[in-house]
Design a protein around this ligand. Sequence first.
Ligand SMILES: Cc1ncc(C[n+]2csc(CCOP(=O)(O)OP(=O)(O)O)c2C)c(N)n1
Length: 353
Amino acid sequence: MEPSGPTTDRVPMMEEQQAETSPQPAQRTRALRMEPAVLKGLLEKMLLIRRFEEKAAELYSMGKIGGFCHLYIGQEAVGVGAISTLGPDDYIFASYREHGQALARGLDPGEVMAELCGKKSGVSKGKGGSMHLFDKRHGFLGGHAIVGGQIPLATGVAFAEKYLKKPSVTLCFFGEAAVNIGSFHESLNLAALWKLPVVYICENNRFGMGTPIERASALYDLSQKACAYNMARGCVDGMDVLAVREVVGEAVERARSQSAPTLIEARTYRFMGHSMSDPVHGHYRTKAEVEEHKRHDPIKLFTATLESLAVITPEEVEELDEKVHEAVEDAVAFSERSEEPEPLELRTDVYTP
Ligand SMILES: Cc1ncc(C[n+]2csc(CCOP(=O)(O)OP(=O)(O)O)c2C)c(N)n1
């Protein structure tokens, strides 16, 4: 068979995403099977992340956040849907675009904001910053700046937990640019060989910095990579929080009851630039393309679905938005009140073998 050459055409989003920002039929069907309180909780988490990230962008522009800062705006449904399936003893690993997963896991927004601002009350004592959020109390094991660096670490934790006969599951988030690095393949091979309770979630937001996936990957259907390791796989609409919750929920159950790993590709889109120091569009995508994807904003889609089912009224959505807005303002106030770490802190928490 002739191999097909690379193309510069855009890989299509999931079919369900083709619709306008209106109640999604598949999302409605799933919502009908769920408790209203759970549905509202998912919406509240997504709103919290959106407002938090908007505030982070503001603080970055004011020079209050230093270093790099990668926002999760547009991808909220992936983190919220996936993490909603976990229990308190499970673990999460993420990349440097992890504010959303940290908040979805229930890390304190004040301590997260303080970390972004380099304050000593931050989750990593102000020494990690935006890319290195870490909170053992919540099983949140980073925040990793090396692309794909978290994949072997998550695999190792899943191995350790299985070895210790603990029932935990490990979720590992990474971007689509990480699937061609060597340790991704080494990790998947060992996870399948040793039947580890781990769920790999590839958030395919279509770009590795300014490089579209079509120019970087020979394979577009990324979950197929699991086939090489005889591993279960799934591909899900990453703009639909309930679809993500369902697919990841099945994978978490597979990990917990059968100790078997899964690779999931969630197709999503980032609405902002790669990081706060990059332009929103750059030369690699057009304003029109970004605007088109914003019509599938996961928060607007979910709100429309819940309103159509009378789970929530527009007034209640406004109240929820006001509530998370206040939570973010409180987080900023907490961070502003906090001090910077002492210079001597440079010498603590440093690994010296
Ligand atoms: C090993 C390594 N190579 C290169 C970089 C520089 N780099 C930072 S982010 C990035 C793109 C990663 O894209 P992706 O994994 O798809 O995640 P996204 O930023 O889209 O969330 C690159 C190449 C890095 N941090 N680590």
